[in-house]
Design a protein around this ligand. Sequence first.
Ligand code: UGA
Length: 436
Amino acid sequence: MKLSVIGCGYLGAVHAAAMASIGHDVVGVDVDPAKVAALSAGKAPFFEPGLQELLSEGISSGRLRFSTDMADVAGAKVHFVGVGTPQQKGGYAADLTYVDAAVKALTPYLQSGDIVAGKSTVPVGTAGRLAPSVEAVGATLVWNPEFLREGWAVQDTIDPDRLVVGVPTGEPGERAAATLREVYHTATAKGTPFIVTDFATAELVKVSANAFLATKISFINAMAEIAEVTGADVTQLADAIGHDARIGRRFLGAGIGFGGGCLPKDIRAFAARAEELGKGEAVGFLREVDAINLRRRDRAVELVVSALEGDLFGRRVTVLGAAFKPHSDDIRDSPALDVAVRLHGLGAKVLVSDPEAIENARRAHPQLEYEVDRDEALKGAEVVVVVTEWDEYRKDLDPAQARDLVSKPIVVDGRNCLDPAAWRGAGWTYYGMGRP
Ligand code: UGA
């Protein structure tokens, strides 16, 4: 099938490449000429495992191309809209400028019978607001939220847990749902749940899934706060409650909390939208979820300050991690970088290492020092702070060897990803998050 994808960021570029890989003929459109040039040359403009290979395959097969010209969508039957919906400047609501602009720019090129499939995460009510302008040219709008995780984006796109499509009532909606089923033929053929619903439900499925995940993380981080004043160990607690299948162990990783381009802004936008709908109290707990999350960054900073007995001025602190999570170079709202910046603000000489995110981090925070080589970065450290659980730190870093590199063997494990016994055994003073 001929498809177009409007917006070639983390979501759109992966979607375009993944759709080409399952046999579709895809054009990706983006307003950024540098991004389009990179993608057209088969180069991923950001780090996402597996994307590079998919892009090169797609480009050389002739089934995948990129353009800055919206007119190139002509002939496509389904047009996916995957542009960003960042947090508004000075507010909590989502900024819909890019979604509105993309739909407006696309409409003149739509043919009667085309389908516009929104993938961006939007406040409930957005699809209903945009549908009339799409229907006016004989096309049909559907909302098809995306649940991919960065770092696993290729796999999540090709083989998702479920597919959700919000459609209008009647024949156009039924036809659009059938077409989307065809688009995702590899997943639907293997029985992936395909949920056809109305616009509002589809929009809410997405934001409520992210709200639930954020709440789960903040729940365990709240338990970490209690563990810190009682001497309990939140990691054991999470293991123990996680054995209950109703609770489950995933997303009970206590530490410096969630960040990235999705969870933080999505829970804020959800709270803002609920306020607009006169139901702010229904999701009032999300403010608490946000507050708990941000307090964990304070806690990591406090641990470093107390490890250095209150005096950070001119002290060498090595921060391992800059990305908001491993397998990504994304630093948007990264708790790791926030901790590094705060330590720098307190006078420490902060050296940040990360296997993939240094370029992005340096651009955003040129005041910090950077060293890509982990062992170089450890040399002379008075405290080591682990803030992104890359395998390079979690699995491959030998505490005995690391001890020989640093000036003082003190480690703050901001992700509870190290083995405290092994590190203490190698002579380190170990501080975890919500662990004795
Ligand atoms: C999240 C959702 O998981 C996806 O399903 C969704 O599609 C995506 O947002 C989106 O809306 O686009 P992502 O932002 O890639 O995906 O990252 P997650 O894997 O959800 O991690 C988010 C943050 O939570 C990271 O900073 C991670 O370190 C943190 N986290 C995760 C914890 O602190 N503890 C955990 O136990 C798990």
